[in-house]
Design a protein around this ligand. Structure first.
Ligand code: CIR
Length: 257
């Protein structure tokens, strides 16, 4: 795998009204969120990808989490049908951007009653694990796997019990290495990988991203950082404190392809 493009979208001031399961963390501070977003952009640039930066969309508080309304594979793009009502329209905003990179034949859609959030999709080579969550339903997964198979790729369902999205708790960093936390530590689906077990108090840190040999790790998760470095990866650390307040992390903030 090698990525050449990344798409990100600046957060709007409405980010403070993003969906959250952790109101006790407080609302994101816009000024800090923007600074962290610049840091994230610069980290990506250091990984040798071309970064497309989209403008903020105030009408969609969670729209900086571009990973959810689309999934981009090496064979084509899938515009999803996001499972949260307040986010569903983001699919119409991301589609024209995705079409800059893919022609008609290579852009497919998840349609109602199927729902799917890209945060539930984890790519491991040509296999895609899809979390069945509050956002992604059985029909969405069925359509998704059908599209993949049409391209010679494959997918499998992973039922989720605790986390919002699949990649909230498990992330593949290539070379057979997988960061696992909580409910994913013992899932049989991931038994064949070299699992790096993330301790409960650093669970949020499991959401790392691999970009062309470098692993970007969230700031404040020393056990995760050391484990990734011990595997021989080059690492970059980015603070995502404001995104964490609305359940977002490193992977949700970009589309990498
Ligand atoms: C949401 O609940 O949809 C946003 N507040 C957070 C989305 C995080 N995205 C992701 O994990 N892929």
């Amino acid at each position: 795998t090698k990525f050449s493009h990344v798409i990100i979208r600046r957060p709007g001031k409405s980010l403070c009204n993003g969906i959250t399961s952790a109101p006790e963390l407080g609302q994101p501070i816009y000024e800090r969120a923007i600074e962290e977003h610049y840091d994230y952009e610069h980290a990506l640039e250091q990984c040798g990808v071309d970064v497309t930066v989209l403008p903020a969309l105030e009408e969609y508080p969670d729209s900086c989490f571009v990973e959810d309304p689309a999934v981009i594979t090496r064979c084509g793009a899938i515009i999803t049908n996001p499972g949260a009502d307040s986010r569903n329209g983001e699919k119409n905003e991301i589609e024209p951007v995705v079409r800059r990179f893919f022609d008609d034949e290579h852009v497919k859609h998840i349609v109602s009653p199927g729902t799917l959030d890209g945060g539930d999709v984890m790519m491991v080579g040509d296999h895609f694990y899809v979390g069945r969550s509050a956002r992604t339903n059985e029909e969405g997964i069925r359509q998704f796997i059908e599209i993949l198979e049409g391209w010679g790729l494959e997918g499998s369902e992973v039922p989720l019990e605790e986390v919002l999205h699949l990649k909230t708790g498990v992330n593949y960093i290539e070379d057979n290495n997988m960061l696992v936390s909580g409910e994913f530590i013992d899932k049989p689906d991931f038994a064949k990988y070299n699992k790096i077990v993330v301790p409960e108090d650093e669970a949020y840190g499991a959401n790392c991203i691999w970009v062309n040999g470098t692993v970007i790790v969230a700031e404040g998760y020393p056990t995760v950082l050391k484990a990734v470095q011990d595997l021989g990866y080059k690492t970059l650390v980015v603070d995502t404190s404001e995104y964490r307040k609305v359940d977002g992390g490193l992977s949700c903030l970009s589309l990498r392809f």
